[in-house]
Design a protein around this ligand. Structure first.
Ligand code: ZN
Length: 638
């Protein structure tokens, strides 16, 4: 019931609330703000459809997959079967449509009326981006299908390493990388982040090797070549993961540990010793870790990423082992995905910032909690530089807004610094406007509310409006939010992290360049971050004498810290500083992490070092991951 007086108050408050949105905010006093109507609307299922899947997931939806696979290193294939449970959202649906990429399918059966019967299916042509459409006719009453198949030796999501490509040199190694849409090269699936499913698996390997997955491993088995796994929390398909190799384990505490090849096991456990404290910091901010164990595996150098947040088992590049914990923000990042991404998932890759921006923000908060504000500011300052560069270099302006365009060509295009650092700076902006205490409670509630769901940017905006903005309508305007989410370029409201430590580095650099004498530079207490700032801000007209002087004093060309070496090479290439090229050759042979090698090859080609770069690539290519090979092939074919 509503009387005339309260109706008047309500009308007035609507006017006030809607006016205040047009003003630049700052005040964070809670008000009785009321929305006359919603500012943003949720997308319909049709509008929210993932264009990078063939799956008919709005009609028939996969709920569980049970894999039974043999790992055959001699043929570089997985051979076996996938049993798939599904539910019919549309009672009229008569087919189940899955994604497949380079799979050889020998038989499909359907489980109906307590019996397995052969099911008709068709496997479409192999689209170069999204693979093949696998359409299966469903008999009446069928609730489960079984696909008997094998993978291809060229499966893009699987890398098969020969013994020579491992550190131990004795045994082969297999690891997967399925994000964003390569799980379909390992199993027939509805390979879209919109669909969440549980999974179980039996994996048979050569008896001397260990198999691991992004799931709970059945206890009791030793190293016997027969392993069983179960993931009972629903995950999107890109979080399926498998590793097989001669791997050792070292515990960090009772539920956190690290797997690696023997040569790097102790160094890895030491480097990642702060992981339990990272988990505590995360849980204090955003609620408990919900996945049981948290283990990490340090992969061979060809792993093309810094890390991959496979649940219960983050995959990490060995380039993080710097010896001084200076690059462990990547561990904080992958762990943070246990909340943002793995718990609350982007429904399409157009919404990748919901995964990566949130995770970058949480990562930075955890780094601040553990190592103090200075380090968090330095990391944001470095991120701002790479974000500016990503925005400047974007192929088209639509790729510089957080919500990626409807005509996104490939999901990889959504994994730029725009989603990572751009999303992080957007959330930092909100944190400052709404104030930390309020904003932290909101984000914790957001993770709870959407736990184990896949959502769009618009779902986030509606939740934001209903649960935060409506209580503090003066804090931000719609125009400010829209500029971040929907408009290209860097928003006017982006923060500008000011690092005192970086200012001191800059002052020393300026004094050196003025006086020409390196004796005034005191670097003994510099962290990796300070080194990166120093190198990144070297003037473009730095003389070869100055390059040589720095190199003589600090051995930058030979740095074993991958971030520092990379930053130095990126300066040395355009300057034509020759002494850096031999160590750079060794770096490109040793390191397969895309973040470093894509830009190095691109820089070499741009700076007329193509011939030299081609000779290195010819030798290095066999050791790179298929994902990296594809990217670098494209650089040389330009
Ligand atoms: Zn990430």
């Amino acid at each position: 019931m509503i009387n005339r007086f309260s109706a008047l108050i309500l009308a007035l408050s609507i006017v006030l609330a809607s006016c205040s949105r047009e003003e630049s905010g700052g005040a964070t006093q809670p008000t009785e703000g009321m929305n006359s109507e919603a500012t943003w609307a949720k997308l319909t299922p049709e509008e929210a459809i993932d264009p990078f899947t063939h799956a008919n997931y709005n009609d028939v939806r996969v709920t569980n997959v049970d894999l039974d696979l043999e790992v055959r290193f001699d043929e570089k294939v997985l051979v076996g079967a996938a049993e798939i449970d599904f539910e019919r959202l549309n009672a009229e649906a008569t087919t189940l449509v899955l994604d497949a990429n380079d799979l050889s399918i020998s038989k499909i059966e359907a489980h109906s009326n307590d019996a397995w019967v052969e099911a008709e299916f068709s496997l479409g042509e192999d689209d170069p981006v999204i693979g093949s459409r696998l359409e299966i006719s469903l008999p009446d009453g069928a609730d489960r299908i079984r696909v008997t198949y094998s993978t291809s030796p060229e499966a893009e999501g699987l890398q098969w390493l020969s013994p020579e490509q491992t550190a131990g040199k004795e045994h082969p190694f297999l690891f997967s990388q399925f994000q964003p849409m390569l799980a379909r090269s390992m199993a027939p699936l509805q390979d879209t982040p919109a669909v969440r499913m549980t999974y179980s698996a039996r994996i048979q390997t050569p008896p001397e090797l260990i198999a691991l997955m992004s799931a709970r491993q059945d206890e009791g088995g030793g190293r016997d070549g027969d392993y069983s796994f179960k993931m009972s929390q629903p995950i999107p398909s890109y979080l399926l993961a498998i590793v097989v190799g001669d791997i050792e384990f070292k515990a960090i505490n009772d539920h956190i540990g690290v797997y690696a090849e023997d040569y790097i096991l102790d160094a890895s456990a030491a480097e990642f010793a702060d992981t339990p404290a990272m988990e505590d910091a995360n849980a204090a901010l955003y609620g408990p870790y919900r996945w049981g164990r948290y283990d990490m595996i340090v992969l061979p150098p060809s792993f093309p990423f810094g890390g991959m947040e496979n649940p219960r088992l983050s995959f990490l590049t060995p380039t993080l082992i710097a010896g001084d914990k200076s690059l462990t923000n990547v561990v904080a990042h992958e762990l943070a995905h246990s909340w943002s991404g793995n718990l609350v998932t982007n429904a399409t890759w157009r919404d990748a910032w919901l995964n990566e921006g949130f995770t970058s923000y949480v990562e930075n908060r955890v780094m601040e909690a553990l190592y103090g504000e200075d380090r968090a500011i330095m990391e944001r300052a470095l991120d701002l530089e790479t974000l500016k560069r990503a925005v400047a270099e974007a192929d088209r302006p639509e790729l510089t807004a957080l919500k990626m365009p409807a005509d996104l060509e490939h999901p990889d295009d959504a994994f730029s610094q725009v989603s990572y650092a751009g999303g992080m700076f957007f959330l930092k902006f909100l944190e400052e406007r709404f104030e930390r205490e309020v904003f932290d409670a909101f984000i914790k509630g957001y993770f709870d509310h959407f736990a184990f769901q896949s959502i769009t940017t618009e779902d986030f905006l509606v939740y934001f409006e209903d649960n935060l903005w409506t209580n503090y309508p003066n804090a931000v305007t719609k125009a400010e939010i829209d500029a971040w989410i929907f408009e290209p370029g860097l928003p006017a409201t982006i923060g500008n992290p000011q690092s005192d430590a970086f200012d001191r580095v800059s002052a020393q650099q300026a004094a050196w360049l003025g006086a020409g004498n390196l004796d005034g530079i005191e670097t003994s207490a510099w962290t990796t971050h300070e080194w990166l700032h120093f190198i990144n801000t070297l003037p473009s007209d730095l003389t070869l004498e100055n390059f040589a002087a720095l190199d003589d004093r600090f051995a930058l060309s030979a740095s074993q810290n991958a971030e520092i070496a990379y930053a130095w090479y990126m300066k040395a290439i355009p300057a034509g500083y020759e002494p850096a090229f031999e160590p750079m050759d060794a770096f490109l042979m040793r390191v397969g992490r895309g973040k470093f090698i894509y830009r190095l090859y691109q820089k070499l080609v741009d700076q007329e070092k193509r011939v030299w770069a081609e000779t290195v690539y010819e030798r290095a290519r066999p050791g790179y991951h298929p994902i990296a090979q594809r990217r670098i092939d494209a650089i040389f074919s330009e």
